[in-house]
Design a protein around this ligand. Structure first.
Ligand SMILES: [Cu+2]
Length: 310
C-alpha cells in the first residue's frame, strides 16, 4: 500500500461524514414534528422521543456519539501527524525505541476511564428501563405468525377482559383509509389500533404463541422479545397524544416485515369510552371512537375537510 493513494479517499470519506453530521443538525423542524411515531423520508437520526426512557436513550446516544467522534478525530490527527512527521524523505533512519512507560500507562488508563464514563449512564438507563413504576394500565401483547394480539385483562365480572387483534393493512386498504383523511403509512398501519391513555404508566407484558417475535415502539424506547412460553415486560408513559408505530424486531419468518404495531395515545376520557365499548363487546362503537380521535389527531375535522385539503 502506498501512502499517496489511500490517504486522500480516506479524507474525502471523512469530509463526507462530517457533512452528513452537519446536515443532521440542520433537520427541518417540520420534518422533526412529523417524525413522531414513525420515520419519514429524508430523516437522519432517531424517531422523536415521547417517554422518559426514550429521552434517556437519546441523551445516551448523543453522549456516546460525542465520545466516538472525539476518538475518531484524535486517531485521525495522530495518523496524519505520523504520516507527515515520520515520512521516509524526512525520517530516513527510523528510531528503534520500543518502550515508553508513560505512554503505555496512559493508553491503558485513558480507555478504562472512557469505558467507566460510558458504563455509568448506561447502567442508569438500564435501571430506568427495568424499574417498573406502579401501572395504571396493564396490557398483554401476544405475538403470532404474523400479527399481534393485545389483551386488556379485566379485574372483575363487570370489568371484562378484551382482545384487540391487529393485522397490517394491505395496499388497497391503505389507499381506502387515506380517503378518510387519516394518514395511513404503508406497512405500518393496522386494522385495529390499540389505545392507551396519555401520561399514564402502561405495563406491556409480552409473550408469543409460536416463534420469537419482538414488541417494539421506537418513540417509547420500548423493545422486548416475545418468547413462547415466557412472559417478558416493558413499560412506558407516553407524554404526547398521537399514533406511534413499531414493527416486529426479531426475525421470525416469512411475514416478519408485515406485522406492525400501532399504539394510539389518547386522553383518559377517550380511553375510558373506547375501553368501555370494548368491554361491552361493542366493536363498532370502539371503531367509531378510534376513527374520530384519529381524524382529530391528524388535524382533520371531517372527511369533507380532508378531501378539500387534498
Ligand atoms: Cu415477528
Amino acid at each position: 500500500m502506498t501512502t499517496g493513494t489511500w490517504k486522500s479517499p480516506g479524507l474525502l470519506a471523512f469530509a463526507a461524514l462530517m457533512a452528513a453530521g452537519a446536515l443532521s443538525v440542520a433537520v427541518d423542524p417540520a420534518l422533526a414534528e412529523t417524525s413522531y411515531g414513525q420515520s419519514v423520508p429524508g430523516q437522519i437520526g432517531l424517531q422523536s422521543a415521547v417517554t422518559e426512557v426514550a429521552h434517556s436513550i437519546h441523551s445516551f446516544y448523543d453522549f456516546v456519539n460525542i465520545i466516538i467522534i472525539a476518538i475518531s478525530l484524535f486517531v485521525l490527527a495522530l495518523m496524519v501527524y505520523v504520516m507527515v512527521r515520520f515520512r521516509e524523505s524526512k525520517n530516513p533512519v527510523p528510531s528503534k525505541t520500543t518502550h515508553n512507560t508513560f505512554l503505555e500507562v496512559a493508553w491503558t488508563v485513558v480507555p478504562i476511564l472512557i469505558l467507566v464514563a460510558i458504563a455509568i449512564p448506561s447502567f442508569k438507563l438500564l435501571m430506568l428501563q427495568y424499574t417498573f413504576p406502579k401501572p395504571d394500565v396493564t396490557i398483554k401483547a401476544i405475538g403470532n405468525a404474523w400479527f399481534w394480539e393485545h389483551e386488556y385483562p379485566g379485574n372483575t365480572a363487570e370489568d371484562k377482559s378484551f382482545i384487540v387483534t391487529s393485522n397490517m393493512l394491505t395496499d388497497e386498504e391503505v389507499a381506502e383509509k387515506a380517503k378518510t383523511g387519516v394518514p395511513a403509512p404503508r406497512l405500518l398501519s393496522v386494522d385495529n389500533e390499540i389505545l392507551v391513555p396519555v401520561n399514564k404508566v402502561v405495563h406491556m407484558l409480552v409473550t408469543s404463541n409460536d416463534v420469537i417475535h419482538n414488541w417494539t415502539i421506537p418513540s417509547f424506547g420500548s423493545k422486548i422479545d416475545a418468547v413462547p412460553g415466557r412472559l417478558t415486560a416493558t413499560w412506558f408513559r407516553a407524554e404526547r397524544e398521537g399514533i406511534y408505530y413499531g414493527q416486529c424486531s426479531e426475525l421470525c419468518g416469512m411475514n416478519h416485515a408485515f406485522m406492525p404495531i400501532a399504539v394510539r395515545v389518547v386522553s383518559q376520557d377517550v380511553y375510558d369510552q373506547w375501553s368501555g365499548a370494548m368491554k361491552a363487546g361493542d366493536k363498532k362503537k370502539a371503531k367509531e371512537i378510534t376513527d374520530r380521535v384519529a381524524l382529530q389527531q391528524a388535524g382533520v375535522k371531517s372527511v369533507a375537510d380532508a378531501s378539500e385539503t387534498r
